[in-house]
Design a protein around this ligand. Structure first.
Ligand code: SF4
Length: 452
């Protein structure tokens, strides 16, 4: 059926959810809905949810809770909970949000339209959390190509088979499945045609792309994307250390558009904790892979994820993580204090760590990393970096902009994913220009365009 009306999408969570929301826009548009940024104008409201942390889950319930009164005044308004919390909660979501119309799990997007039809023809509630072995292949809606963006996310695979004991992904996103390479290449070619310069390939474990389907491997996919005219930079996230192959290292080294930055989540530096997390590698294997990578790509920027305070983590285990940071010297880290997710096995582990202890460990870890982030940034002073221009600088908390508040500044990102500010120049957004780095700050770099 075709409807006339407006759709408002609220996205919580990771890059993958942002991408999924674009797919939801595309489905809604094929049913006649126009996307709106004005919630009050909406005839359908979709909250695309995230369940990776308790806080994100609560945000979803709180957002949807607000519509109780609005729905009374506007009974035709369709309210939808989509994504990971929907998948996890199923019909239990109606208990907390009785005015909800549709609970749309992560693998039910292809059936979204028929559920809207059902509600429009009088059905009271719909829950769809069925598993799906196929990946949803629809192209983004034309409206997504008109947003004048230089950078886009493209999901290449979904789900995960790794079952790390702290993670809900295999339960809420299902088993691992990869998109067809030709569909990915078609999507990126369309994006390049609309002016997109940089794509970030997304998946829970991108470097095992294609394995289950016995189709081309992730490095082979990178070769195909590297050939697409107009695309100038290729990034990807997230990679699993156990699947970092030598061919992927060669692809990072040899393919000119693949950025010299790798995000490789280690999670802990302790072998005991890595085993309890079911990560499938040891500290030594992780370090070996990093050294193999640095041998081929000596300038590569590295980032990682770390969980502190995992059940049974002792001071010694935590020190192993601190020492790993010292040994590898990451450019940046994303660190979190462990928190239970009820559907993940680690929630039932004994020896939970005291919250105060977790916070202390997290602070110590972040302080140590601050030192390495600054060190890595300072090493770039005097270097010339290629920067993709993003626009005018925005004020940052590190005070960087304050010292030059009267000067118009621009900002962009280096291949190694560093934020680079430079004085206003007659350059276009989406240009790639050379900047000579003159100063380094905790979270950014400052320089002048070369030859300007
Ligand atoms: S590999 Fe990543 S997505 Fe998969 S279970 Fe482990 S943490 Fe979760």
């Amino acid at each position: 059926m075709k409807y006339n009306g407006y759709a408002y999408i609220h996205t919580i969570g990771c890059q993958m959810n942002i991408y999924d929301s674009e797919k939801l826009v595309s489905i809604l548009s094929s049913y006649g809905f126009k996307k709106t940024d004005d919630m009050n104008k909406a005839d359908i409201v979709v909250c695309n949810t995230c369940s990776i942390r308790h806080k994100a889950e609560e945000k979803a319930f709180s957002f949807l809770g607000r519509f109780a009164k609005i729905k009374k005044k506007k009974p035709h308004l369709i309210i939808v909970m989509a994504g990971c919390v929907a998948q996890q909660e199923g019909k239990k979501a109606f208990k907390r949000i009785p005015h909800l119309d549709i609970v749309l799990g992560t693998q039910a997007f292809s059936r979204f339209g028929q559920h809207i039809d059902a509600i429009k023809s009088g059905k009271q509630k719909v829950v769809d959390t069925k598993d799906c072995l196929m990946i949803y292949e629809a192209m983004p809606d034309a409206s997504c190509f008109n947003e004048n963006k230089m950078s886009r996310f493209v999901t290449i695979m979904q789900g995960c088979d790794n079952f790390c004991t702290y993670c809900v992904v295999p339960y809420v996103r299902g088993r691992e499945r990869s998109r067809k390479p030709e569909s990915i290449v078609e999507e990126i070619t369309l994006l390049a045609g609309s002016g997109v310069k940089e794509v970030t390939l997304l998946g829970q474990n991108v470097n095992s792309y294609g394995k289950k389907e016995s189709q081309i491997s992730f490095p082979e996919l990178l070769i195909k994307i590297n050939e697409i005219n107009g695309i100038q930079r290729i990034r990807f996230a997230t990679s699993h250390p156990k699947d970092l192959s030598i061919n992927l290292i060669y692809a990072i080294r040899d393919l000119d558009k693949v950025c010299n930055h790798l995000h490789l989540p280690v999670q802990s530096g302790s072998n005991k904790i890595l085993k309890k997390m079911n990560r499938g590698y040891t500290r030594e294997k992780y370090i070996d892979k990093i050294f193999a990578l640095k041998k081929e790509c000596p300038d590569i920027a590295l980032s990682t994820d770390i969980i502190v305070g995992f059940p049974s983590e002792t001071d010694k285990d935590f020190n192993d993580t601190m020492n790993l940071l010292r040994e590898i010297e990451f450019d940046s880290i994303f660190a979190f204090a462990y928190s239970d997710r009820s559907s993940a096995p680690a929630a039932r582990f004994s020896d939970q760590i005291d919250e105060k202890e977790k916070r202390e460990r997290l602070n110590n870890l972040l302080q140590l990393q601050e030192h390495y982030t600054q060190k890595k940034n300072k090493e770039l002073i005097g270097e010339t970096l290629e920067v993709l221009v993003e626009g005018k600088s925005i004020k940052r908390r590190d005070g960087f902009v304050k010292t030059r508040k009267n000067m118009e500044q621009m900002t962009g990102r280096s291949e190694s994913n560093k934020i680079v500010h430079f004085p206003y120049e007659h350059v276009n957004i989406r240009d790639i220009i050379k900047i000579r780095i003159e100063n380094a700050y905790p979270h950014s770099l400052w320089g002048h365009p070369v030859g300007a």
